[in-house]
Design a protein around this ligand. Structure first.
Ligand code: ARG
Length: 463
């Protein structure tokens, strides 16, 4: 095993401990970030006169060449290195010789790993955000197409009030907008540079932390060197935003599973995201939606595990923190599968407006409209609610659908002498009900089209 500390500890490590300790199988993923941060560090060491500038040039060119070779596959990481930082330093030594030994001046793997992981998290956030945006665009397309399509809006999974399918898609859109907001905040907090904190106490070399921070496109150096090497809030922030995002995707998945079941029949998911059964030839299973729902637990687990890693840690760096990357990578990988899967699921979906309309037949979901109509005539809403409830119950007993009641039938269910029953009957159909809900953010197709415009503008503003 290649390590960077064999001066002090010369005995052999136990094979089992080596497996426990060796992080290369996980952190090998950070090789680009490790090289990038090392190039910035070496350039700064040269510019500040801490190492000879000729050596700085040799180091930077060596790292750039290693980057090219790793990218093309002409070189590979030494498998026996303890971690990615060791691996790159060993490769550099093999390539440029003695100058490589100057790279680690005024830094430690503690600030190095934190810098690498922040760089990784920052770009992971950017890709997660791009996937969110793609899904949001797909939802806007469906919302535009189906602003006028009505389906039963549910509370307690019971038919509540007719809603626009476009409105429903915009609800999903809003959930994702909040996820994006959380990621924007997470990015801001991730985007500060720990490099130069060294082991924990800073360094006596005249380094320029602002220079490395700027070169790595961070907003600035972290203010406190102890905090810089021990802080993993940026991973918690990402995982927490990722967990909420997965909870949202899981809820969408659940609705797609329900809607694609024969009992609902609101949607047929495309072949691209469904599977058949090995025994039942008729099956079209919504596996993508189910897997997204199922995988949400992994990401919740990643967050919980990371919270557990940091919860008892004294300042500053502790090896427990090495666990952070596996959790972070798992969440990033899960999201990079789940987000496009939901996007493809909705893009390949065929919605069935007729089935949605049929589902609302006889469901009394316009009862609120009747109560509202009575209220508009001056009756207190509580009284109107009671009367309407009684009318619904009576129509049920009479085997009549609320929305199909004739004026005479409705009159018989309302108190003696109720006037203008014809106009009350008119509020009982689903499309009239939906169209009337023009309040800001409401379900009327007209309002949905307004919301759609605002949503599009918001997405464009986010760029
Ligand atoms: N592999 C380590 C990690 O991921 C790198 C930092 C090691 N630092 C140390 N002092 N052993 O946290």
């Amino acid at each position: 095993m290649r390590k960077l500390w064999s001066g002090r500890i010369q005995g052999d490590q136990d094979a089992l401990f080596l497996r426990l300790n060796n992080s290369l199988p996980i952190d090998c993923r950070l090789w680009r970030e490790d090289i990038q941060a090392s190039i910035a560090h070496a350039g700064m060491l040269g510019a500040c006169g801490i190492i000879p500038s000729a050596d700085a040039t040799i180091i930077v060119e060596g790292l750039e060449a290693i980057r090219v070779d790793l990218e093309s596959g002409d070189a590979s990481l030494p498998k026996d290195a303890e971690d990615i930082h060791t691996a790159i330093e060993v490769m550099l030594g093999e390539r440029v010789g003695a100058a490589a030994g100057r790279l680690h001046t005024a830094r430690s793997r503690n600030d190095q790993v934190a810098t690498d992981t922040r760089l990784f998290t920052r770009s992971a956030i950017d890709s997660t955000r791009a996937e969110i945006r793609a899904l949001q665009l797909a939802l806007l397309d469906i919302a535009a197409e189906h602003a006028d399509t009505l389906l039963p809006g549910l509370t307690h999974l019971q038919h509540a009030q007719p809603c626009s399918l476009g409105h429903h898609m915009l609800a999903w859109f809003q959930m994702l907008t909040r996820d994006d907001d959380r990621l924007i905040c997470a990015r801001k907090r991730a985007n500060v540079c720990p490099l130069g904190a060294a082991a924990l106490a800073g360094t006596s070399f005249p380094i320029d932390r602002f220079r490395t921070a700027t070169e790595l496109e961070f907003d600035g150096p972290m203010a406190n060197s102890i905090d810089a090497v021990s802080d993993r809030d940026y991973i918690l922030d990402y995982l927490s935003a990722a967990a909420t995002l997965m909870a949202h995707l899981s809820r969408m998945g659940e609705e797609l599973v329900l809607w694609s079941s024969p009992e609902y029949g609101f949607v047929t998911l495309g072949d691209a995201v469904t599977t058949g059964s090995s025994i039942m030839p008729q099956k079209r299973n919504p596996d993508a939606a189910e897997l997204v729902r199922g995988k949400s637990g992994r990401v919740f687990g990643d967050l919980m595990a990371m919270l557990t890693v940091v919860k008892g840690l004294p300042l500053a760096y502790n090896k427990d923190l090495q666990e952070d990357k596996e959790l972070l990578f798992d969440a990033v990988d899960t999201l990079s599968l789940a987000l496009p899967s939901v996007r493809i699921a909705v893009q390949s979906a065929t919605f069935h407006p007729a089935r949605m309309a049929a589902a609302m037949k006889g469901d009394a979901s316009t009862a609120t409209d009747l109560a509202d109509a009575l209220t508009r005539r001056g009756m207190p809403f509580r009284e109107a609610h009671r009367l309407t409830g009684a009318a619904v119950s009576a129509s049920e007993h009479a085997g009549l659908a609320l929305e199909n009641l004739t004026a005479a039938e409705l009159r018989s269910l309302l108190p003696e002498g109720t006037q203008g029953v014809e106009s009350l009957v008119a509020v009982l159909n689903a499309s009239g009900s939906a169209a009337s809900r023009t309040s800001y953010g409401g379900t009327s197709p007209e309002e949905v089209r307004k919301q759609l415009k605002v949503a599009r503008a918001d997405l464009e503003r986010r760029g």
